[in-house]
Design a protein around this ligand. Structure first.
Ligand code: DP6
Length: 362
């Protein structure tokens, strides 16, 4: 019986203008504000997904980091997988061989059950955008499997968004904006590449893995509570994000690190302020995260200008953007205060110490 297999990788992305909050009512995963991120294009910060489709398979199955998920159940990943699969099956086209002969019709292909195996090369669910890379990779691999061609630019990103919001941004490299969109069917809520990686090749991200454990409050649940209870979040979405996005885009285009860095830190701080403003409050940052923030400011003060800019997603781990010329000094400074563990990464989980300092992006 025929079997088709595709394997792809997708990078993670770290937002510099955060997405937090979505319109649950429509079930389309549309955000309450537009957002922007930088894609971290590095082998040890990506998701790798293999998908096999066969007429012999009796059920759609999913293994995440070696553990099988119940795809028929009500778990988050099960529901998201079903959603993305249904959308992608609807776009399937005939599979053809090198000579153009049809080897499997779209209808047949879409009727086959799939086995999905996905792995992250970095801590999952620790606020390092693992779901972004994971769902971008799922959609990209399905697109290859089903020989999908976008009917309009950005169509795949609108599907990735329905797996995980931030995933739509991981389909592109460089500086990527997720435009909130206005259409009732949300087909215009998609990611667009504002400037590719080649535009600012000196940009680097240093990652301080402070705790590789699973976060206490998953993003989806956290942002839902924030939308319901935080007046600051509503104010942010209405009045802060749009002008800040425009300024951020201009800073990136001009490769103005001072402006880019300041906006990045301010936006991370405001995002975590909305988490505190949520009732009951959500604490993603811990004492070590706050120490990293102080150190970053101390580094900049010592240098007399902004050369390093921290940002934190829904977890305690810091991503510090800098330029290539400053990376080694920044790393040395951070490692002086957070020496790496001697007995391996695992032993530091849940302890207030730096696990790993990696420099992302080539
Ligand atoms: C803080 O994309 O993980 O990283 O759409 O519910 O899957 P879901 O949420 P998710 O949220 C990411 C939130 C963030 C900010 C960001 O990446 O923009």
């Amino acid at each position: 019986m025929p079997m088709f297999i595709e394997t792809c990788t997708a990078p993670t992305n770290i937002a510099v203008i955060k997405y937090w909050g979505k319109d649950e009512a429509r079930g389309l995963n549309t955000p309450i504000n537009s957002s922007a991120s930088v894609t971290l294009d590095q082998d040890d910060l990506c998701a790798m997904t293999s998908i096999a489709a066969s007429s012999d398979f009796v059920a759609d199955r999913l293994w995440l980091n070696g553990k099988e998920e119940d795809t028929a159940g009500n778990g988050t990943h099960a529901k998201r997988l079903r959603k993305c699969l249904a959308e992608m099956r609807g776009l399937a086209r005939d599979r053809v061989d090198a000579s153009g002969a049809v080897v499997c019709t779209a209808t047949e292909l879409a009727s086959y059950k799939v086995h999905v195996v996905s792995r992250n090369t970095f801590p999952t669910a620790a606020g390092l955008a693992s779901s972004a890379a994971g769902y971008a990779c799922l959609v990209h691999t399905l697109a290859k499997l089903y020989n999908v061609e976008e009917a309009y630019e950005g169509q795949l990103s609108t599907i990735a968004r329905q797996g995980s919001g931030s995933a739509c941004r991981s389909l592109y490299g460089g500086f990527v904006k997720w435009v909130k969109g206005r259409k009732p069917d949300a087909t215009d809520s998609m990611a667009v590449c504002v400037a590719d990686q080649a535009h600012w090749p000196e940009l680097r991200a240093v990652i301080l893995v402070i705790n590789a454990g699973k976060k206490e409050t998953p993003s989806t649940e956290g942002m839902q509570t924030s939308v319901e209870t935080s007046p600051l979040l509503a104010f942010r979405a209405e009045s802060v994000v749009e002008p800040r996005l425009a300024a951020m885009e201009a800073a990136y285009r001009a490769r103005d690190f001072e402006a880019f860095g300041k906006l990045t830190m301010q936006d991370s701080n405001q995002f975590h302020a909305t988490c505190l403003d949520t009732y009951p409050p959500i604490f993603y940052l811990n004492d070590v995260s706050r120490q990293a923030i102080r150190l970053c400011h101390a580094f900049n003060e010592h240098k007399g200008r902004i050369l390093a800019a921290y940002t934190f997603d829904a977890g305690p781990n810091a991503v510090i953007y800098c330029e290539a010329k400053d990376r080694d000094e920044l790393l040395a400074f951070m490692l002086h205060f957070f020496p790496p563990p001697r007995s391996g990464v695992e032993s530091y989980t849940n302890k207030p110490a730096l696990l790993k300092a990696a420099a992302a992006m080539p």
